[in-house]
Design a protein around this ligand. Structure first.
Ligand code: MRU
Length: 352
């Protein structure tokens, strides 16, 4: 029997708070040294917060956008949901345009739009219930994935994770970090390594901080130390999240995931991708069709506002990459696990 997970200990951080009037977002640009919530009173403030990484992580940006629609609704007078939908569409488009790669953003907005289109004169309440449902379902999915993913890990294993996939990136508990939390709680995971995740440093600024909050012992490594770690035998699984999972099992995730997967395969280690079904995009056939976000090259040219690179140097800053399905051993979702993913195995679980 697996040991029950003490969520009071392992699920305490909330990056998104709806207070009934406005949206409060834990400002992830300031972590780990300043814990401050930014208040958003309108949908354009939410779009800005998504664009600027105040809130980040695929599920979290979808949830924030859903609450953004609730805020946009405050400025609209309409007799029913269909009439409101027409007026709100530009605000939905602006939220959708905030970031291109994580499908959870478009997924959450499509859900809000669909709920609105069939709503009557209580359409404002319908929108608020839908946003709350998106958030609540994400938390439940994460807890389920924690159990399913941890069950794949042999007792005593070491794991390496990339980027931040924890509470900060979701409604709570996390995806890949949820599996790590569950695995530690159940005594399956012996050692946790997190890489820095240059250039935005989600690993060193967010992931190891989150683990520290839970009292989970973790070791930070430079991104460039990963192959050396995978070679020396302390890690059995690379456990990561996803921003979009295609119909053939290709996975877009934080830049650097692809090279980790290549290295893991070379060294006989396994790769687990953990993501809710809201990250699965059966309408995108393969990773080649995914738009990869490119951010300000300035992220590469300095640290903490101080420049570290000679003036005049050019930099290129794609922030996601695509790991081919062939390099992935398991995709864990709340609906079940796809082992050795390909188009047929994906269809078997997700249809379409
Ligand atoms: O640019 P970010 O920080 O939003 O990128 C986040 C990631 O790539 C995560 O791995 C992914 O969204 C999964 S989070 C549960």
């Amino acid at each position: 029997m697996t040991e029950a997970i003490d969520y009071a200990r392992y699920d305490r951080i909330r990056p998104i708070r709806w207070n009934g009037e406005s949206l409060e977002l834990l400002d992830q640009r300031k972590l780990p040294f300043v814990e401050e919530y930014m208040r958003c009173a309108g949908s354009d403030a939410v779009a800005m917060a998504i664009r600027e990484l105040v809130v980040r992580g695929a599920p979290a940006i979808g949830i924030a956008a859903a609450w953004g629609v609730v805020l946009a609704a405050r400025t609209v007078e309409a007799a029913d949901g269909a009439a409101a939908a027409a007026v709100l569409e530009p605000a939905l488009q602006r939220l959708n345009a905030a970031r291109p790669t994580a499908v959870n953003l478009a997924w959450a907005l499509a859900r809000m739009r669909a709920a609105l289109l069939i709503a009557g004169d209580d359409w404002r309440a319908v929108l608020e219930r839908e946003a709350q449902a998106i958030e609540t379902e994400d938390l439940a999915a994460n807890r389920r994935m924690g159990e399913l993913g941890a069950a794949l890990i042999a007792p005593g294993s070491g794991v390496l994770t990339h980027c931040n996939t924890g509470s900060l990136a979701t409604a709570g508990f996390g995806t890949a970090l949820g599996v790590i939390r569950a695995g530690v709680a159940q005594g399956r995971i012996g050692k946790v390594f997190a890489d820095e995740t240059r250039p935005w440093m989600q690993g060193s600024r967010l992931t190891v901080w989150e683990l520290q909050q839970d009292g989970i012992d973790a070791t930070l490594i430079a991104d460039s130390a990963a192959s050396h770690l995978l070679k020396n035998g302390e890690v059995e699984w690379v456990v990561v999240g996803a921003d979009r999972i295609c119909a053939n099992g290709d996975v877009a995730n934080k830049i650097g995931t692809y090279q980790l997967a290549i290295s893991a395969r070379f060294h006989g280690k396994k790769v687990m991708v953990v993501a809710p079904s809201s990250t699965v995009d059966m309408a995108t056939p393969s990773g080649d069709a995914i738009e990869i976000e490119e951010r300000d090259p300035g992220e590469l040219l300095g640290v903490n506002g101080g420049r570290t690179v000679a003036e005049g140097v050019r930099a290129w800053n794609p922030v996601f990459d695509v790991t081919p399905a062939a390099l992935i051993d398991a995709i864990v979702t709340e609906k079940g696990v796809v082992e050795r993913p390909d188009a047929e195995a994906m269809r078997a679980l997700f249809g379409g």
